[in-house]
Write a protein that binds this ligand. Structure first.
Ligand code: ATP
Length: 522
């Protein structure tokens, strides 16, 4: 066993304008093991990773050793790569229009060339294939990345980051043996690779990390999904407000104890809502609703009810949300809202009918990256603060400030561009804005992606309060934690139709998982 730490991080700090994101962090990352880097939203995880990747310069004074050798700071991306550090950032950085093999070449260069310097496509494909098969990833190197499923894209991203097999022409005699050595040589750092994946896709990505570990690889893994941490981590390191507060073997810790290590205290469970609290009038009804995946779906939702919708990948969950939010037109079937026919031709029409939506793709559909946090919080709500065509900026700022506080958005100021917020805090902004309009129907698609345990509980409390005031809430999610203790009913979809319904005390992780397993893979 190699006792030299793969990484020794000593006294690393990072100050952004007006904000200390990392405060003298000391951390040893063990070799040949998976270390989960945990912490609440905005605690500094991505900042630390970006310093290791040579994206950010740390404050002067910190030091870094990779496998016992000091590497001068600040790093450049090239120096990080030369030191054996490999990264998978949240956006993967793959080019959809290019093939898998071309994407590999983008990060490591076209080593496979003919004598006249033309790219040798066959050998590049063989090289890519050798890495993919070493990791057990079944995908043809010639396939465009844009055609791959989200989980396969993530796995290709990991394989590309690692590239353990040396490219042809680069002094390798035995690609497989060299590849295993490569797996041991490098340190793979993954920043929430599963945040936007449904749970069963995420499980495939975890399988891959287990393969890496079996080969003696070292990984640092960031995730807010505690069950993932329990499955793959050997060690945990916890950041809180930029300081390292724990670094220890995971041992037999259960989910609650991991959450309290991260949050710094036990989270209290909210009491279940009583039957009386969830017995409103029927607000929304769909009959025979059909789209590409949704088939002949019947559904009703009462005022003040919290309804969960889940199922295996491709079962129609997100499409259902899009049709209800006016982002996609059904091919047949009817919808009614408040007893009247409801067929919004666009999201704007749905909003006008008091239907708000938290979309699955936050960066594309949920926020305007170049605008400030405050402007993103009140986006689309300015009419509320406008009289005779004049915006009351003070009232609008007060409103944004209150929303930020209610939803625990961690930001240096309301004026900071939202792109500088951590991923989880961006998600809180999207949820806050949708909920703040007090819609009669609130739709949320995978609302907890990238959100820490405390914020998840705060969001649940706010949804409960909204429902108590009469809003009907529909949560589409593959993360069953989103339902337990919150939803009044859960529908399990199978190939676009309702296959099972759970309610009240019957809503548990085990029961939902069992109902999902009984449905056919779509
Ligand atoms: N480019 C930047 N400019 C200003 N502040 C920044 C910048 N990048 C990060 N920060 C701030 O540094 C703090 C740490 O952010 P970081 O992204 O490291 O958190 P995180 O632990 O990765 O959170 P999450 O779990 O939500 O992804 C946050 O308060 C964030 O707003």
């Amino acid at each position: 066993m190699d006792l030299t730490p793969a990484l020794r991080i000593s006294g690393i700090s990072k100050t952004f304008t007006g904000q200390k994101a990392l405060d003298s962090v000391d951390l040893d990352v063990p070799t040949g093991a998976v270390t989960a880097l945990l912490g609440m939203n905005g605690s500094g995880k991505s900042t630390l990773i970006k310093i290791l990747a040579g994206v950010y310069s740390p404050d002067p004074g910190g030091r870094l050793h990779v496998r016992g050798t000091e590497v001068p700071l600040p790093l450049s991306p090239q120096a990080a790569h030369a030191a054996g550090l490999r990264f998978l950032h949240q956006d993967l950085g793959l080019v959809d229009a290019l093939t898998v093999a071309d994407n590999f070449a983008l990060s490591d260069g076209f080593a496979a060339r003919h004598r006249l310097a033309a790219v040798n496509v066959r050998r590049q494909n063989e090289h890519t294939e050798a890495t993919l098969s070493l990791l057990g990833i079944k995908v043809h190197p010639g396939r465009p990345v844009g055609e791959l499923s989200p989980s396969l894209r993530t796995m290709v991203g990991i394989a590309r980051a690692f590239q353990p097999v040396r490219a042809p022409g680069r002094d390798t005699t035995d690609p497989a043996a060299d590849g295993v050595a490569g797996l041991r040589r490098n340190v793979l750092v993954l920043d929430e690779p599963t945040a936007s994946l449904p749970v069963e896709d995420a499980s495939r990505v975890l399988d891959l990390i287990e393969v890496l570990r079996e080969h003696g690889g070292t990984a640092v893994y960031v995730s807010h999904r505690i069950e993932e941490v329990r499955r793959i981590a050997d060690h945990v390191a916890v950041l809180r407000d930029g300081q390292l507060v724990a670094a220890e073997p995971l041992g037999g810790r259960d989910s609650r104890s991991i959450v309290s290590l991260v949050v710094g205290r036990q989270l209290e469970e909210a009491p279940l809502r009583s039957a009386a609290e969830r017995e409103g009038e029927v607000l929304f009804e769909a009959t025979g609703l059909t789209g590409n995946r949704v088939r002949n779906l019947d559904l009703s939702l009462r005022t003040g009810e919290i309804l969960g919708v889940t199922g295996l990948v491709g079962c129609g969950r997100s499409e259902l949300v899009r049709m209800m939010a006016g982002a996609q037109q059904p091919s047949s079937g009817t919808m009614h809202l408040g007893g009247r026919p409801y067929a919004p031709p666009s999201p704007a029409e749905a909003i006008a009918d008091s239907v708000a939506c938290v979309p699955q793709n936050r960066r594309r559909d949920g926020i305007v990256l170049d605008m400030g946090v405050g402007d993103n919080l009140t986006l689309g709500r300015l009419a509320r603060h406008t009289r005779a065509g004049v915006l009351n900026r003070k009232a609008e700022r007060l409103h944004a400030d209150q929303l930020g506080k209610d939803y625990l958005v961690k930001t240096a100021s309301l004026e900071a561009p939202i792109r500088t917020l951590s991923g989880g805090n961006q998600q809180k902004v999207v949820v806050a804005r949708a909920a703040s309009s007090r819609p009669s129907l609130l739709l949320l698609d995978e609302p907890s992606q990238g959100v820490d345990a405390l914020a998840r509980q705060e969001i649940a409390n706010l949804l409960r309060r909204l429902a108590d005031r009469g809003t009907a809430v529909l949560i589409a999610s593959t993360d069953h934690d989103d339902f337990v203790g919150l939803a009044d009913r859960v529908l399990v979809l199978d190939r676009g139709s309702v296959a099972a319904e759970l309610s009240g005390d019957g809503i548990s992780e085990d029961n939902i998982a069992l109902a999902c397993q009984r449905t056919a893979p779509c």
